[in-house]
Design a protein. Sequence first.
Length: 252
Amino acid sequence: MSDDHVCITNHESMGAVPRRDRPFPCRRRDQHYASCENDRCRGCVPRSATHGYLCPVCYRRLVDALGRLAWLIAHLRSIEKPAQAIGERVDTSMEKSILMPDPWIAADELMVSLGARVIPSTASIDEAIRLAHDAVVIDVDHWVATLEGATNAVILLKRMDVALKRWPDSEAQFRAIPYVRCPNCGHPHLWRAAPERAGDDLRVVCGTPECGYQLGWEAWAEQYAPAFVYLEADMKRREKLAAREEKRAQPQ
């Protein structure tokens, strides 16, 4: 790959991906193009792709996700609570019909992102587990070496994040901590590391290989409490902006 090859999240093809499936572009913190005159910009230089079309952050998240995804899909298939679309009017005089449960739809969307067939509605939970485990058996490096494969990979990560928020399941081994630099090396590569064994503590570790920084989660959280307040406010701002964009994109 050439030095100017960037993460797929910054590729122009992302514009064709529906807003709900489109990830935020991976950018280098505090690094800007010479032409950038936006004082509010926190970094506009995209991260370089080092694994096919993925940057190191997306690649590490993908490998971690595939290790847990089969059980998440099975978990979603085990939830049979149907849901009604918000704002939908229902004629109570109409004959009642069986609705596809929302968790099942989420499971199917994850399967499609993997390039697999959806799980049949008649499948037992054991069959769903088998199909989900078969679907995640992927040559990751080969998958993300193509534009289409890398696009599906980041769509998968976005859909998985949404599913985990709506239907909490397994703990991720590593979760990126955005916007906060490592106090040791200064790079924005901090991760929240889950306990590896029962009785272990949560830790904050730096993803820069030569750094080696780590600290207990509680001590780190107390130290960076003000940053969390800013992060929460910024996330709410992004969510409102995304909602407005989606609303404007809807046909009148």
